[in-house]
Structures are given as C-alpha cells and as structure tokens.
Design a binder for this molecule. Structure first.
Ligand code: AMP
Ligand code: GLY
Length: 424
C-alpha cells in the first residue's frame, strides 16, 4: 500500500522512517517533506495546509493511508475533507482538534468534566482582562494565553502587574499572535515537574505511547526562552506506575469518553502537556498530534509495525495490538539555527551528515532542504540526532559523538539532554 505523511518536520521524518519499514508499505510520500524525508519517501511539493490539493493527490495516487503530523491542517479540517472523499486518514476531525485549536474550549471542557487543570478566567476584551488581573485572584506569577493556535508561542508567564499589562496589550491590542489573540485565557501558575503524556486514541479507547521527557528551553540547565523542544529522552525518568495510572484514569480516559459524548469523537494522537503538582497531575494544554521531538525517541523504541497500529486506531480497535517497546533508553538531540527560537537565517550548508551517520546514530531531518547535491538549513530546528542503547549513558554518548561530526554556521544545541538521569 501507499502511505502519505503530511508535514515537514523531524516528527514527520520519524513517522515516515518508521512507516517505510512496514512490509505492507510499497511507497511513502511526504508532503511537503524535508531534506531527510526524501531518503525514505518521495517528497511531494504540496503545502501542509493545501487540503484540497493533498486530497486530490491522495486520491490520484490511490494512497491508502494518510498520516497528519502538524496541528494546523488538523484544525483546518483535513480529516473531515479526506473522510468526505472516502480517503483513509489518521488524525482527529476539526471538531475534535478544537482541544488544541482553542485553549478556551479545552479549559471549559475540562471544567465541565472535572478533568484536573489550573483555575482560569476568560477575557474577551482588554478591559475585562485588566479587571480580572486587578482583582488579584491569581496573584503572581500569572499565565496569559492567546486562545487560538500560535505555533506554541502564545503563552506568557508574567511575574508582576507591569508584565501582565504589557502582555494583555501585546496579545489583545497589538495582536502579536494575530486572530489567536481575540480572546485571552488568564490562568493560575502551576508549579511542579512538567511531563508530556501521549496516546493514540481510537474514539473510545487509548493506547499510551512509551513515556518521554522533553527539554524545552534553548539553553542548558533550563535557562533561556522556551522552544518547541531541544531534545528528548525515553523513558521519562519522572514517570512511575502510580502516576501513569492516575494520568490515564483522571485525564486521558475521561477526555476521550467526554469528547465522544459531546459529539467530538477523538481519533488520532492526543498529547497531554501536564504539570505534576502536589495535588496530582494537571493539564497545561492538549495537542491534537504527536510530539516533536517526542516522536523521534518513541519511534526508536517501537517494535511493532506503526501502520498496523494507525490502521486499527482508524478502525476503532486500537487495543487489538500487542504493542512492544524495546527496553532501551532512546534519545534525540536537536541541532538548531543560530538565533532560534527568535529570528534566524536559512540556507546554511550542513557538513558532516554522512560521517555522523557512520557512528550508528539515526539522523532525523527537520528544517533542511536538499538542493544541488547538498543539504541546507531551512528552519529553526534543523536536525534531530537520535539513538537507542541499553543504557541512557551509552545512548547519549552515541548521539553526541554523531553531533560532534555535524556543523553549520550558527549551529546551537544543548549538551545536557538526558543529563538529569545520568547524574543518578
Ligand atoms: P502551553 O503551550 O499551554 O503548554 O504552554 C507552554 C509552556 O508554558 C508550558 O510548557 C509550561 O512550561 C508553561 N505553562 C503553561 N501554562 C502554565 C501554567 N498554568 N502554569 C505554569 N506554567 C505554565
Ligand atoms: N515538544 C513539544 C510539542 O510537540 O508540542
């Protein structure tokens, strides 16, 4: 069968890489893909939000399964459009993807169904926002979030009144995040350890993926601004059986069941960003997709055929699979462009990729393109270098040996991915 992967990041390279290993699969397409996906798939020059063109391509090529990586096409209704045309696709419908597409919808949903999350208020004008803040209900720090999709950037943690006032202005008046800032969520600041919990849902049930730990800040030791993720390890050193059961029973399963009851059957990857507070795990946000760079170490541990799992999720029987994860520790270290997560330049030649691959590490491409026989940088997060070994220390050694062979102008990365665990 032919499979189409929609998207162009490291997550999509990891998905296409794993799907290409399936004995059922004769051909993988990636739209639009990146410099690395061309090694495991045929890149198709159609943008990830050009839903009509993607559906026409899938129909014309008799693609039997489409897998959507990023949230934007899901929020735009790619799944609804494909299903309308009788095309098989993995991902939540537009109504289900609202869990990520509207932070306010997600909060009200959790409140309605007593799914643990921080206290919040909603403001639909700058005046209301200022009034709520002046009432001092949440104290400081306080968290302000633009309602809609803002590429992971619409969240501001404000330490005092001045910062909060400035944030209200930026989000609601200057519309720094565009339309996403039409409504504002004002939220209690939660403290604890942050973990992500990702499952594949089939509308009724959920298959939890192996746990991962992300490293969000650009600099080592949790310093500097947040990014989409600078590295991941799996398993997460902070997850245990009790926590796992609590997250499934108080957060994941109620979310899937209540979504079904509300006429928003949730099929697809569901990513819960959680804070492990003293009162137990609470939801910071939902994403309606796989994680990036969580997918990379997960795919390095999945022993099953991913296509089997995705097909059974679409057929609403995801638990029919006996899923096996290898018992290794896997990891992925991101190499990013100079300036990221702020402004950065593209088009820098990347050296050392072949040499790095010889170390046995797996190189997932993200923001790269292949042009005139060479690889160039083409995004903020450029590459993800992954490995899986029996011990995390061996994994990280293998990864950093490969990283040290790769270079491009301005390249930045963290040397401390997985270091928390290494200390113990
Ligand atoms: P989000 O996109 O909602 O996950 O927010 C991005 C980041 O902001 C999270 O990964 C947290 O580090 C932080 N954050 C979001 N909401 C809160 C909160 N209520 N309390 C503390 N930190 C938060
Ligand atoms: N690594 C964070 C995310 O995928 O949202």
């Amino acid at each position: 069968m032919k499979v189409l992967v929609v998207g162009s990041g490291g997550r999509e390279h990891a998905l296409a890489w794993k799907i290409a290993k399936s004995p059922m699969v004769s051909k993988v397409f990636c739209a639009p893909g990146n410099g690395g996906t061309r090694l495991v798939a045929e890149n198709v020059p159609v943008g990830e939000t050009d839903i009509e063109a993607l559906a026409e391509f899938a129909a014309g090529e008799t693609v039997e399964l489409t897998v959507v990586g990023p949230e934007v096409p899901l929020s735009l209704g790619i799944v609804d459009e494909f299903e309308k045309r009788g095309l098989r696709i993995f991902g939540p419908s537009k109504k289900a993807a609202e869990l990520e597409g509207s932070k306010i919808f997600a909060k009200q949903f959790m409140e309605r169904h007593r799914i643990p999350t921080g206290r919040f208020r909603i403001a639909d004008s700058p005046e209301t926002a200022r009034k709520i803040l002046a009432a001092g209900e949440f104290g400081y720090p306080v968290v302000l979030k633009a309602d809609g999709l803002a590429a992971g950037k619409g969240v501001m943690v404000c330490q005092n009144e001045e910062e909060a006032a400035a944030a209200v202005g930026e989000i609601m008046v200057d519309r720094k995040f565009g339309e996403a800032g039409g409504r504002l969520l004002i939220e209690e600041f939660l403290t604890g350890r942050e973990v992500s919990f990702i499952v594949i849902a089939d509308g009724y049930k959920a298959l939890p993926l192996v746990t991962t730990m992300d490293h969000k800040t650009i600099h080592e030791g949790g310093r500097g601004p947040n990014t989409g993720g600078m590295g991941t390890i799996s398993p997460s050193p902070y997850m245990n059986r009790k926590m796992y059961a609590q997250i499934m029973s108080t957060i994941i399963l109620p979310t899937i069941t209540r979504m079904l009851e509300e006429g928003r059957k949730y099929k697809g990857a569901l990513y819960a960003g959680l804070m492990l507070t003293e009162e137990g795990p609470k939801v910071l946000e939902f994403n309606c997709r796989f994680g990036d760079p969580e997918t990379q170490p997960q795919m390095l541990r999945l022993e099953n055929d991913l296509v089997d799992i995705l097909m059974s999720a679409i057929a609403e029987d995801v638990l029919e699979n006996e899923v096996t994860w290898n018992r290794k520790a896997s990891g992925c270290v991101i190499l990013a462009s100079g300036g990221y997560p702020g402004a950065y330049e593209k088009g820098k030649p990347i050296a050392g990729l072949e040499d790095a691959a010889r170390t046995g590490a797996v190189i997932f491409h993200a923001g790269t393109k292949f042009e005139n026989g060479r690889y160039l940088t083409n995004g903020g997060r450029v590459l993800g270098v992954g490995a899986a070994e029996p011990r995390l220390s061996e994994t990280m050694n293998r990864i950093y040996r490969a990283v040290d062979r790769i270079s491009f102008e301005g390249m930045q990365f963290r040397r401390d991915i997985g270091a928390v665990e290494l200390e113990s």
